[in-house]
Design a protein around this ligand. Structure first.
Ligand SMILES: [Zn+2]
Length: 1068
């Protein structure tokens, strides 16, 4: 703004306040009006900063207090006030101090019959009321009564005045004292009647702004408990529901609909969950004092004030806000503090877990590379492992699967050919397998298509007809020989028959072995059944599924359906059809409801209530010995009809938001499909929404958080077949028994002359299960001293996973890591020859087995126990840490430590690492960071993965150390063991929004690929490090050359840049 103009404005304002002359005041108002009608807000703000608001308010008071106020001055003055007041945050306060409220109210009263003058007064009142304190003051002075006189039932006259009056009233009701006054004076029924009247005359939608303002009044009043009671008593739910139920799609009514929905949600009577207790159905006598979880700090006040603004999530941004005040700023706590948490002599027990360091390999012939005849097929069910090329074409080559000689690796299958830049074309052009089409249609976003099953062979079809009762395919864990029950024996025979008729060989899976493993798995509830998918096995689909496109307005339709239960209860059944903890009528297969079952490994469903004919409310179980963490679910449903959309609502979810709002679908496995040769978990469900519901935790109860909110995950499913048995899960399940099966098969599939694979027990869990520890490296070239020396000097890499049982994605990533590391891929061979991998694939077996989402059997998050784990209470953490301490004590600290996790809020795969400097900078800590030295190599691995792995993105990585994470694996291994590259790797439950997989949900194939890519990242990290041996560099270069022909030019360049340190580029 020009100097001249500025000083001119100040002169004008001064003259306005001092002038008594009507003509000059009018002239100045005219000038100010002209000045502010052009230009930007900046001009108004400048005027405010120069005392413009005060000058105008003083002029108002002076003019209004004369015996006969001069409206020729007042009207333009009010217009200016409304304009300036809108931009002045302190306007209400200034008006209060300068006594402008009273004079305006008096003027308004005087002009009840003079609409033009009245309208101007209301404009001023509207800006005064934008401050809640000023609004309260106006309320005390009778403003609300005055406004209600103006807001009449339907009329054709002066609708602008009525609209503005309603808007002023809505602004006043933001003040709780005004709202209280409104309830006491029975405004609620009055406002409802007014709204109804305007609504009934609003055939052309001309009065939407008036209706919206009236509804806003009700919405503000409904923030009070007494307001909600008054609203319910006045039949508010019924009235508003009937108004919008048929016009949800009407865009022109949007301003009305959105507020009505907010009011309906706010006023829906709160109730406790339909459970006797929120404590888990399963309890387990754990050693030590059961620490009841620390009572939560009340995050929401009691009902009187719970002014929850529930907006439609349709438009919400999914960005997760990071909390800066959680950052650690204490340099001492950030600095590496190597030290033992236990007596040094205790570490010796871990020597036995590092046999590779002492083994003499006397059995090795000194000439390596001899042809090996398979002497490793003692594995009884070996014939189930395919000898043809791997059907999934992932990382396995046929020679490796058959455990024989290594042949030339098929280049199109090698990991290098799948790195980020080269991946998209391969992936997107992948063809669908035969018979996939009909099934896939069912799971597309378009409901209503049923599979005709036309591609089923005759034999299969007739078998399926015979099978009839799909419920029989609840696989007993105990085979017939262990049971006297005829029923069980029949079932077992039936299963046997199924396996013989239908089972196709599946890589790294074997049902018989699975059954044997499951029999040894110990669960709190002593499960006797296995879930069919875990038993039978899963083949990833040939292509990834796209994210679900959310239909606009679907959430409000669902919410309105929920509200209808209260208002039109005629079709409500409300019958408990399944419950773990209450006796419920035996399932009557004749009745037309679905049957549920969850008493199997990793299963989680606590209760099912049939709400309407095709709608079920479901409740999931809290973690064992806990009252919370409901998120993971996995259950069987049967007795469905064909082509019927079933609606399911999981009503006791806890997290405030979910990827289910942003394209994620749940997973489904159909037994009939499996028997038809498609044993595949697929993403399924449509009309998926996740929103806060009306259930609240009971207020009573010691230590219980009162008033805690719950969230509903709602989804619709059309099952692929009638009378099928289907399994639904939060994410692709991966049980402990599946891991144990997998490890066994892996161990038996490796070429033992080349791959050193050792599986042992890290420790026993509280639940009596073994926590496996796997060691993978290459066998020494021979038993010659220098070869043994090379073998023993290989650096360690330590990888762990699945400390959080609900994060089954972590297990699929781990599965990819394990299979890749033992494979004959040349990258894997290089990795084995240069590193020793110590892998703990499941840090929390008990949690996984018992269907927990977050915790151990003690109901505690094991990833918050790394600071001081106890051998008795957190054995897996204690011994994982002990092993790491041991490696440190013998000078073999791992190069990289990584703990695999799943992330429910973000997309893609990314790493969390630790950096002192980044943490202090982010926290804007006052501590000087200039004299802190920090090796920035923690950034190298994520940067490499960003270039290589299709699913990975650097942009979501973070290297901040949070106070709340002080006891996680990542932070403790970094700080206590001094491992600078200590990470958590997070994989989305959903999928990717970048890279070649953009817009796709993760399938198990993509997750497994990530596990392999992680390993490739470790190799590249080594190649880039200063300590990399010349031999390794040369071999890596040769490997690239070998791949040359198959890789396109662009990809090759990427690899060169990524793989090769400067000093090697000259070779090419
Ligand atoms: Zn986690």
């Amino acid at each position: 703004m020009a100097e001249q103009e500025a000083s001119g404005l100040q002169v004008l304002l001064q003259t306005l306040q001092s002038s008594l002359d009507r003509e000059s005041i009018l002239a100045i108002l005219q000038l100010l009006g002209d000045l502010l009608s052009v230009g930007t807000d900046r001009r108004i703000r400048y005027m405010i900063s120069k005392g413009g608001s005060e000058a105008l308010l003083r002029t108002l008071v002076d003019t209004a207090r004369t015996a006969s106020p001069d409206y020729v001055i007042l009207l333009p003055l009010f217009r200016l006030l409304a304009k300036v007041g809108l931009r002045d945050k302190k306007f209400g306060q200034k008006a209060l101090e300068l006594e402008a409220l009273d004079v305006t109210l008096i003027l308004a009263r005087k002009n009840l019959c003079h609409s033009q003058n009245l309208l101007h007064c209301l404009w001023a009142l509207r800006v005064f009321a934008s401050s809640v304190t000023t609004g309260a003051m106006l309320g005390i002075n009778g403003a609300m009564e005055l406004l209600l006189k103006v807001i009449t039932p339907y009329t054709q006259k002066h609708t602008q005045v009525i609209r503005t009056a309603a808007e002023v009233l809505a602004a006043l009701l933001k003040s709780k004292s005004n709202s209280r006054r409104a309830v006491n004076r029975s405004y609620v029924p009055r406002l409802l009647r007014l709204h109804q009247d305007w609504h009934s005359h609003d055939t052309a939608h001309s009065f939407v702004p008036i209706r919206r303002a009236l509804l806003l009044c009700l919405k503000h009043i409904a923030k009070l408990r007494s307001g909600r009671e008054a609203f319910l008593a006045a039949q508010g739910m019924e009235i508003l529901f009937s108004i919008i139920q048929n016009c949800l799609d009407d865009q022109s009514l949007e301003p009305v609909i959105s507020i009505v929905l907010q009011i309906l949600r706010q006023c829906y009577p709160k109730s406790p969950l339909p459970l006797l207790t929120t404590s888990s159905t399963y309890s387990f006598p754990v050693p030590g004092i059961v620490t009841s979880e620390a009572p939560r700090v009340l995050t929401e006040e009691d009902y009187e004030d719970d002014s929850e603004e529930e907006e439609d999530k349709d438009s919400d941004s999914e960005d997760v806000k990071e909390e800066d005040d959680d950052l650690e700023t204490d340099v001492n706590k950030l600095s590496s503090k190597p030290g033992l948490d236990r007596p040094e002599e205790e570490l010796m027990q871990y020597k036995a877990m590092c046999l590779e360091l002492s083994c003499s390999f006397e059995e090795l012939e000194s000439k390596p590379g001899d042809d090996l005849n398979s002497d490793e097929t003692e594995y009884a069910n070996h014939h189930h492992i395919p000898t043809a090329a791997s059907p999934k074409g992932l990382f396995l080559n046929k020679d490796q699967i058959s455990g024989g000689q290594e042949k030339e690796v098929l280049v199109q299958n090698s990991l290098l050919s799948r790195v980020k830049m080269g991946r998209s074309s391969i992936h997107l052009t992948s063809k669908r397998g035969p018979g996939m089409n009909s099934y896939r249609n069912v799971h597309s976003n378009d409901p209503g298509i049923d599979s005709s099953g036309s591609d089923v062979s005759d034999i299969q079809a007739s078998f399926l007809e015979d099978a009839g009762d799909m419920d029989a395919i609840s696989c007993p864990r105990i085979s017939a020989s262990f049971s006297n029950s005829t029923k069980t024996r029949e079932t077992a025979e039936f299963i046997d028959q199924l396996l013989q008729t239908h089972l196709k060989p599946m890589v790294f899976h074997d049902p018989y072995l699975y059954m044997a493993k499951a029999r040894r798995t110990r669960s709190v509830a002593d499960f006797t059944m296995m879930a069919f998918p875990d038993f039978w096995g899963h083949c990833p689909p040939l292509s990834a599924q796209p994210m679900l496109q959310r239909k606009c307005g679907v959430q409000r339709i669902k919410i309105l359906e929920d509200v209808r239960r209260l208002i039109q209860p005629s079709d409500i059944i409300n019958k408990v059809v399944f419950s773990l903890d209450e006796p419920w009528p035996l399932q009557d297969t004749a009745s037309d409801c679905l049957q549920f079952f969850s008493a199997f490994e990793s299963g989680n469903l606590r209760k099912a209530i049939q709400v309407r004919e095709f709608e079920y409310d479901l409740l999931v179980n809290a973690d064992v010995n806990s009252t919370q963490h409901q998120q993971w679910f996995y259950f069987k449903v049967s007795g469905m009809r064909a082509a019927v959309p079933y609606r399911f609502n999981i009503i006791n979810c806890e997290k405030p938001n979910s990827q289910f709002n942003y394209g994620m679908q749940l997973t489904l496995y159909s037994v009939k499909e499996a028997l038809l040769g498609r044993p595949t978990w697929v993403r399924t469900g449509y009309d998926i929404c996740y929103y806060k519901n009306h259930y609240r935790q009971r207020t009573a109860g010691a230590g219980a958080a009162s008033g805690k909110c719950y969230y509903t995950l709602t989804f619709a499913v059309i099952f692929p077949h009638a009378e099928d048995a289907c399994y639904l899960a939060y994410h692709y399940p991966y049980t402990y028994s599946a891991l144990m099966t997998h490890l066994d098969i892996l161990g038996k599939s490796v070429n033992r002359k080349q791959v050193y694979f050792r599986q042992e027990v890290l420790c026993q869990t509280l639940g009596g299960n073994s926590c496996p520890l796997v060691t993978i490296t290459a066998m020494p070239e021979s038993d010659r001293a220098d070869h043994l020396e090379q073998f023993r000097q290989r650096p360690y890499q330590v990888i762990t996973a699945r400390v959080h049982p609900g994060e089954s994605n972590a297990s699929w990533v781990m599965k990819g890591t394990l299979e890749f590391l033992v494979s004959s891929d040349p990258v894997a061979r290089l990795l084995r020859e240069n590193f020793i991998f110590k892998i703990i694939p499941m840090l929390n077996p008990d949690g996984v087995i018992n269907g927990n989402h977050r915790c151990s059997l003690r109901g505690e998050d094991l990833n918050r126990q790394w600071l001081s784990p106890s051998a008795h209470l957190q054995p897996t953490i204690y011994h994982a840490k002990g092993l790491l301490h041991y490696l440190g004590s013998i000078g073999r600290r791992p190069t990289v430590f990584c703990d695999f996790h799943g992330h429910s809020q973000k997309k893609n795969v990314f790493l969390y690492g630790c950096s002192i400097k980044e943490t202090l900078w982010q926290a804007e800590a006052t501590v000087g960071t200039s004299n802190l030295s920090e090796d920035v190599s923690y950034r190298t691995l994520p940067k490499i993965l960003d270039k290589l792995a299709p699913a990975f993105t650097m942009s979501s990585c973070s290297f901040l150390v949070e106070k709340s994470r002080a006891s996680t694996a990542r932070v403790v291994v970094w700080r206590e063991m001094g491992v600078s590259r200590s990470y958590t790797m997070e994989s989305s439950y959903c999928g990717c929004n970048q890279g070649p997989y953009q817009g796709l949900q993760f399938g198990t194939g993509e997750l497994e690929e990530m596990g392999a890519m992680f390993c490739l990242g470790l190799l590249v990290l080594e190649l880039k490090s200063g300590s990399c041996s010349h031999q390794l560099l040369t071999r890596a270069a040769a490997l690239l050359n070998a791949e040359e022909e198959s890789l396109d030019f662009y990809l090759q360049r990427q690899l060169l840049i990524c793989l090769l340190p400067k000093r090697l580029v000259c070779i090419f």
